[in-house]
Structures are given as structure tokens and as C-alpha cells.
Design a protein around this ligand. Sequence first.
Ligand SMILES: Nc1ncnc2c1ncn2[C@@H]1O[C@H](COP(=O)(O)OP(=O)(O)OP(=O)(O)O)[C@@H](O)[C@H]1O
Ligand SMILES: [Mg+2]
Length: 335
Amino acid sequence: MKELLDRRLLWVGGKGGVGKTSVAASLALLAGKRGRNVLVVSTDPAHSLGDVFDHSLGDEPRRLAPGLDAMEIDPDAEVEAHLKRVTSQMRRFTVPRMMDEMERQMRLSRQSPGTQEAALLERIARLVAEEGDAYDLIVFDTAPTGHTLRLLSLPEAMAAWTDGLLSHSRKSEELNKVLKHLTPKGGQDVASPFADPANEGESDLDDRARSIAETLKDRRRLFMQARRAVEDADISNFLFVMTPERLPILETVRSVEALKEAGIPVAATLVNRVIPSSADGAFLSRRRDQEAQYLARIDRELAGYPRPRLPLLETDVQGLEVLEDMAGHLEQAGF
Ligand SMILES: Nc1ncnc2c1ncn2[C@@H]1O[C@H](COP(=O)(O)OP(=O)(O)OP(=O)(O)O)[C@@H](O)[C@H]1O
Ligand SMILES: [Mg+2]
């Protein structure tokens, strides 16, 4: 599995609380030590990457160690930035008397379901396709499974949406041509909600439609580029973290299947918090018996994937020292 840290993108996912953030942080640290220039990014709106590093993080990369930067995407800030971009573009195309209505729409969309995810996805796509070019490796600390799966399948949804709009605008272009033939004085742009035919000439309308279509195409290109990178096992891999317990195992088996169906390569399933053999006492020995059954089950049900193990540490994972310890264990486990 050493090669995982040699690729460009690594997604660390899994059920809530299994150790995604700790593992993402230690792997990033390990790759940085090996001389790669690494960015570790938290995409979970409930951030804890900064806590794990014992360092406050923000929406732009901050240097934590040689070769290691970290950031936490702020979904609210992304929504604001996104709406600002949209508003300023619309402003160019909207007649003054419609500005109030447009601003009302923008206020509504700030609260509508999916807006945060769309904004988050846009930032991730930009990191993957553009902004992250300065790094050799980007490690994504993701939110619990459901959220991440939805996020990774959003590009298709957004592409479909863009395509719909584009074909709609093409249709309205054709419709316009027909109308122009029928009405000798020149047609009105029937399908454009931004048009005010009383004030605008025909060529302005064409420019507007073209410019909106260009923006949509750029977005589509960005999402598809990111999507292609995520599907390419030579560029990007998904690492599933779980603990040797019933629910995390069930969820991992399900999610690995879902990712496979979505065309996203899963490189390995990491079993975290395995009771170390050095741990003593009757209580732990009983726990270890139960754990052995779960470990056997993992070997059976996830036989098709590498299943490295990471021991339960004596303390919580916080601060560089513990992260280095964890990175050492990850190295021993084959990373
Ligand atoms: N190998 C380990 N040994 C001891 N404690 C661990 C280990 N791995 C993780 N932990 C601890 O388990 C808790 C959960 O870890 P972490 O926050 O990394 O999980 P997560 O999957 O990112 O959680 P969330 O789903 O909430 O984002 C933390 O308190 C962390 O310190
Ligand atoms: Mg986390």
C-alpha cells in the first residue's frame, strides 16, 4: 500500500468516530516526512482536523510541518463566495427593475437544501482540478460515509442539470430563430428570464445567452475533470477506516460496494483501534476474544481488499507527537 501516498489524491472515509481524521492527519504527516508536498483538507462541516493537530485551521492552507499544509473547508464561507460570484454575474445580465427579485432568490437559495453541499463540492472540485496543483498529494478527511457518497455522486447530478440548461438555451435559440422569421420586426427572447426586450437589442440578448452558456460549460468542465481524476486509480484512491465492531463492519461492506458501483476505486480498508497484543488484564483478554471474531469476519467479508491494522493507542490522538506515533504504526502496517 506504500503507493497510496505516491498518488495525487487520497480520500479517507468511514463511519462516524472510527478514526478518519486521525488517520488522514497521520498519513499526511507520513507522506510529508517522505518528502512529498502534502495538503490535508477536512471536508466535514463538523471539523476536527484542527483539534487533532492542536492548531487552529481555516479556509486557506496553513503550514504545520515541513511539507505539510492543512485546511478546513468552511461550507458557509463557500456558499457566500459562490452566491457572490453568481450575483455579480447575474447583475451584468439583469435589468435594474429585476434586481430586487434576484436578490430575494439569492437569499432563498442560501437556505435551500443542497446549497452547502454544492458549494462544498465546488471547492473540492477546484482543489482537485486547479488550486491543488502546487501539492504532490492532497489527503481528504471526509465526513461520515453518507455525506461523502452523496458529495462524490453530485458531479453527475450537476452535469445533468447543466446539460439540461444548455439544451434548454439551445432550444430557445432555435425557437428565437423561428420567431424571427414569423415576426418581421425581430423576435423577443422568449426563454430568457433576464431579458427586457423593451430596452435591449437583439445582439445583446445573444451575448448574454452565450456568456451564460460559457459559464455553465466551465462549471461542467471543472466537475467532470474532478470526477475523472477521482475515478482514476493511478491518481486517486479511497481508504476506508473502520473499527472491529459490528456496525462499522456492516457499514464498510455496504459502502465499499456503493463506491465500486459509483466507479470510485477503493484501495484498502484499515482496521483501527485493534487491541494490541501487549495489552494485559482479564477484561482486555475478554474484549480481545470478541474482537477476534470481528477480525475474522472482516477477513471474510472484505477479502478482496488489503486490510491493514492499526493498534488502539494509549491516548487520544491529539498533537504532533501522538500523530507521529500513529504515523509510525501506519508505516509498520504497510503504508
Ligand atoms: N488508534 C487509536 N487509538 C486511540 N484512540 C484513537 C485511535 N484512533 C482514533 N482515536 C480516537 O478516537 C476518536 C475518534 O477519532 P477521529 O476523530 O479521528 O474519528 P473520525 O472518524 O474522524 O470521527 P468523525 O466521524 O466524528 O469525524 C478520537 O477521540 C481519537 O483520538
Ligand atoms: Mg473526523
